[in-house]
Design a protein around this ligand. Structure first.
Ligand SMILES: [Zn+2]
Ligand SMILES: [Zn+2]
Length: 263
């Protein structure tokens, strides 16, 4: 099956295109299942306003309304699913659970971008630079996994966006993360948005071969996520093919399905 559960929309402020263009690109790209998982809204208790996600009021309602309408319009052509990419933010988890249940979402992805709450601005993609901050990244990911709310961990090697190079601390952290994921049967996402950025910039951040060799050796389930921030990402298959070739070469177990909430 050709599936993608990681699709953003322009509501997050750093993605482009209309919702329907993502659907049309996915159909042209040969996808059978397209899951939208835009950055989930939070109702922060401070006056902090996020610049990387929809607001919990009208934008969230518009997101649900738009994707539900597309699901009906394209029924029979492509299976559209409604999810969100959500963090693990301890002070707000009760609120998050409530809206996920209220709106009967199909699934959540764990996007471990910030520690504790975005209000503190500790961004794992840039501020993980040593053994101590690496441990904080893995702790947060493991706590999120343990909630049982999420279908998989998006870009588990995000910490390599800011880390100087893949050293022995990265190896240790990767083993701890992958071993826990394997124990819990929690899939890890090989992220094509990171691959696209690396292709554009000529860098090697994430997905990182050494991380994925560890994930394969630990026996983790791996799923490809386009993490589409523009519709054309669903039509260019080269990064996906390259990812599958690398992963199967490492002996990784690649999956293409996730469980949905049963409401
Ligand atoms: Zn994004
Ligand atoms: Zn993400």
């Amino acid at each position: 099956m050709k599936t993608n559960f990681h699709t953003h929309t322009a509501r997050c402020g750093h993605a482009v295109g209309r919702d329907e263009e993502y659907v049309q690109s996915a159909i042209r790209g040969g996808y059978q299942v397209l899951g939208f998982a835009d950055h989930g809204p939070w109702k922060f208790s401070s006056n902090y306003r996020s610049h990387m996600r929809m607001n919990p009021q009208e934008e969230f309602q518009d997101y649900l309304h738009s994707i539900r309408a597309l699901r009906e319009k394209y029924r029979g052509q492509i299976d559209i699913r409604i999810g969100l990419e959500y963090e693990y933010f301890p002070p707000y988890m009760d609120w998050m659970r409530q809206i996920v249940r209220r709106e009967r979402l199909d699934y959540l992805l764990l996007g471990n971008h910030f520690e504790y709450s975005e209000e503190r601005r500790f961004y794992f993609g840039r501020q993980v630079v040593d053994e101590e901050t690496l441990a904080r990244y893995v702790d947060s990911a493991l706590q999120g996994m343990a909630t049982g709310l999420y279908a998989y961990l998006a870009h588990p090697d995000l910490f390599l966006r800011g880390y100087p190079s893949f050293d022995r601390h990265c190896e240790k952290a990767s083993i701890r993360l992958c071993r826990a994921a394997k124990e819990q049967g929690f899939p890890l996402e090989y992220n094509l948005c990171g691959a696209l950025e690396d292709r554009r910039t000529g860098q090697q951040h994430y997905p990182h071969p050494l991380f994925w060799q560890i994930a394969a050796a630990e026996g983790c389930d791996v799923i490809i996520g386009v993490d589409a921030h523009s519709p054309d990402a669903l039509e260019d298959d080269s990064l996906r093919q390259e990812g599958i070739r690398l992963l199967t070469g490492y002996g990784a177990h690649v999956i293409d399905q996730i469980p949905y909430f049963a409401w």
